[in-house]
Design a protein. Structure first.
Length: 269
């Protein structure tokens, strides 16, 4: 049974210690339901966020700096600027975060290779999201079916694994939000991955960076790789002038991301 917090700007449900057979561990999963979501009148698109403890509630966020995604989404819903989504925050597991969010084995940039090497469990983590988290969400909440209504989002290493989740599973995720993604990982492995694709998947990509972030030019170079491989209208690229690599910056761009992911539609439910 999920713990429930109700607010004027939606409802949060916390699924504590959600167990993964694939990863062999547990974590909390938090679900934000838009105002009026009762499972009877309509179904909703879904977005899955990495680092879920940072997305909604300052009480659980890193240094108290939440993205306030629920408040942002509720405001956009009130003025009819987005199709009301269900938003799922998948908590990270602390020290295992770099293992789970890394698509390949590699070291933390600039740190000691032996002490800070990732096991590269990204593919297993992607399976965890697709095969364990998503079925639970679809079974318990009024979700819309199909990749066109399902997105995955993250920042930094969370943005990196969100990209791989979508490209490894394009029949599940039709869009991915890559906020300040760690495209430097493993000597540019993400760019090599894109260049080696046999076929461009039908996945829409949001890619952004703040120009005050160290190495922000990596995002621009990655954009160029994506364009060479065929992403055009299905790629949205943003350079946020003066923005830093932190929760406040990502929270500040969440509204624009949600509008891009879920524009308003007229639907008979």
């Amino acid at each position: 049974m999920a713990a429930i917090d109700k607010f004027p700007d939606g409802e949060l449900r916390l699924h504590r210690r959600f167990a993964s057979r694939i990863l062999g561990n547990q974590r909390d999963v938090v679900v934000w339901l838009p105002p009026g979501c009762d499972g009877r009148r309509r179904r909703h698109p879904v977005v899955y966020f990495q680092d879920g403890q940072n997305i909604f509630d300052p009480r659980t966020a890193f240094l108290g700096n939440a993205w306030h995604a629920g408040r942002t989404a509720a405001g956009l819903i009130r003025v009819g600027e987005i199709d009301p989504p269900i938003m799922v925050g998948i908590y990270n597991t602390g020290f295992a975060r770099m293992d789970e969010y890394a698509p390949t084995r590699g070291k933390f940039s600039g740190w000691d290779a032996e002490a800070c090497r990732s096991r590269g469990l990204g593919r297993a983590y992607a399976r965890f999201v697709v095969e364990e988290v998503k079925p639970m969400i679809d079974a318990r909440y009024p979700t819309l079916e199909g990749a066109a209504h399902t997105a995955v989002v993250g920042s930094s290493m969370g943005g990196l694994i969100s990209f791989y989740c979508a490209l490894w599973h394009p029949r599940v995720f039709g869009a991915a939000g890559l906020m300040s993604p760690s495209m430097w990982w493993d000597d540019g492995a993400p760019a090599k991955f894109v260049e080696g694709l046999r076929k461009k998947p039908a996945v829409r990509l949001w890619l952004d960076t703040g120009t005050a972030e160290p190495g922000w030019e990596n995002a621009r170079r990655f954009r160029d790789v994506l364009v060479r491989r065929g992403w055009r209208e299905d790629l949205h690229y943003v350079e946020a002038e003066g923005a830093q690599h932190n929760e406040a910056a990502w929270g500040g761009r969440t509204g624009a991301l949600l509008k891009w992911l879920f524009p308003p539609v007229v639907r008979e439910d």
